[in-house]
Design a protein around this ligand. Structure first.
Ligand SMILES: Cc1ncc(COP(=O)(O)O)c(C=O)c1O
Length: 418
């Protein structure tokens, strides 16, 4: 007997689970009392959400702006012109790229919302696996990509990121493999790239991204660059770049940016998409039927911080802090027996991506036991893609004391490599 829910929702939506990070949170809250009673109150190293206070100036401006006339009315989905102009100025200053604030920039309620809508708008439902619209997706990747693709009714073709390919899969090789497996190349809609990468924190080179740009031009495919972590880096000579630094990229690419991580305002929900005018505008038309843009108070305060030296200094200090936190975790895991030579330690983001100890059968088993015994919330690697099995991700976004406490608990509770 078909339930009302099954009758109403399409099967792709029916197959979805709540997003992994929220599921982990709910599960942990249910265990909180028991964990606290045994001196193992939960420590969340799961979500990539900075816990420090946002820039003081930013918060102060929000308070002041609350009293401005007309500021509480609907915004425009595009983003106020002054907001887009500030983004254009920032993109020029940070990456040296030119973007027209009128046609090539559109505001987003967080980059997650923007990427999800773009994937949905690019997809036409089809039940036949080999006739679905295809997105080439790095694996492992931001866990939400798989869900965006699934709930849109598209197919995610995996581009493995491995030490063997130096996290730079050969796109033409995978395209040919995809065809040899029976997929219809005309269905390929887009290639997603995300450097610096979540969950591994690896970066890339302009030479490699150029091969992706060339591929997308040759096959008339969209390039979606997710630059959520472009400001989180530890070495000036490895500063992440924008896809638009590659000549001609604007012909086939859009790039997603976020205010969430650099300014520690994940709850405010602000981002932007920029690049190819026709794609940006088409996404914008679709979005204008769904949302009414970002609260103007937040736009105004954020447009100011974006080009304020205090904003840059905040990001710089944040990265110094993340490096220190990374050192605490790297030292701790080395003491616990993990083999973590310097060349395996990432130079970007706030993530550590580590193998599970060999005695565990799966990443899920390891993370489950760590949560139940030690109250530490980790994310099993396979949540980020099939190639993540055997690994776990931790976000070192908590205080230094809490991070040291994680290492102490691991030692006390027997979570050593061997
Ligand atoms: C790679 C990547 N892209 C996008 C997002 C979403 O960020 P936002 O807060 O802008 O929606 C995240 C959040 O973790 C992420 O890791």
């Amino acid at each position: 007997m078909v339930t009302l829910e099954e009758k109403l929702f399409n099967k792709d939506i029916m197959s979805l689970e709540t997003y992994i990070m929220f599921r982990l949170k709910e599960k942990t809250e249910a265990l909180r009392a028991g964990l606290t009673a045994k001196n193992r109150a939960p420590i969340f190293l799961s979500m990539g959400a900075p816990t420090m206070s946002p820039p003081k100036k930013l918060v102060e401006r929000v308070k002041e702006l609350m009293d401005e006339p007309n500021i509480h009315l609907y915004a425009t989905p595009k983003g106020e012109l002054s907001f887009r102009e500030a983004i254009s100025k920032r993109m020029k200053k940070r990456f040296g790229v030119d973007l027209d604030p009128v046609n090539e920039i559109f505001s987003l309620i967080g980059s997650k919302e923007g990427i999800a809508h773009l994937v949905r708008f690019l997809t036409t439902q089809n039940d036949n696996k080999f006739e679905k619209d295809i997105f080439m997706v790095p694996d492992p990747c931001y866990a939400s990509y798989w869900q965006f693709i699934k709930c849109s009714g598209a197919y995610g073709y995996h581009l493995p990121l491995t030490p063997e390919n130096d996290y730079k899969p050969n796109i033409e090789e995978y395209y040919n493999k995809m065809i040899s497996e029976g997929f219809n190349p005309d269905k390929l809609k887009a290639v997603i790239i995300n450097y610096p990468n979540n969950p591994m924190g690896v970066g890339t080179t302009k030479e490699y991204v150029k091969t992706i740009v060339d591929f997308c031009k040759k096959h008339q495919v969209l390039l979606i660059s997710d630059a959520a972590y472009c400001d989180m880096y530890f070495a000036e000579d490895e500063k992440p770049f924008s896809v638009f630094e590659i000549e001609g990229a604007k012909d086939i690419a859009v790039e997603f940016h976020s205010f969430s991580k650099p300014y520690a305002i994940t709850g405010w929900r602000l981002g932007w998409v920029c690049g190819n005018a026709s794609i940006v505008q088409r996404l914008g038309k679709g979005k204008s039927t769904i949302d009414n843009g970002i609260f103007k108070v937040l736009q105004k305060a954020c447009e100011e911080i974006l080009n304020d030296p205090e904003g840059d200094e905040y990001i710089r200090q944040g990265n110094i802090g993340y490096k220190r936190k990374q050192d605490i975790m790297v030292k701790g895991f080395r003491e616990l027996g993990w083999d973590l030579p310097d060349e395996k330690v990432p130079h970007t983001t706030f993530y550590l991506w580590l193998p599970i100890p060999p005695r565990y059968k799966s990443a899920f088993d390891f993370c489950e036991e760590v949560l139940e015994k030690s109250g530490v919330v980790l994310v099993p690697g396979n949540a980020f893609g099939d190639y993540g099995e055997g690994y776990f991700r931790l976000s070192y976004v908590s205080s230094d004391e809490q991070l040291q406490e994680v290492i102490n608990r691991f030692k006390a509770d027997g979570f050593t490599w061997n």
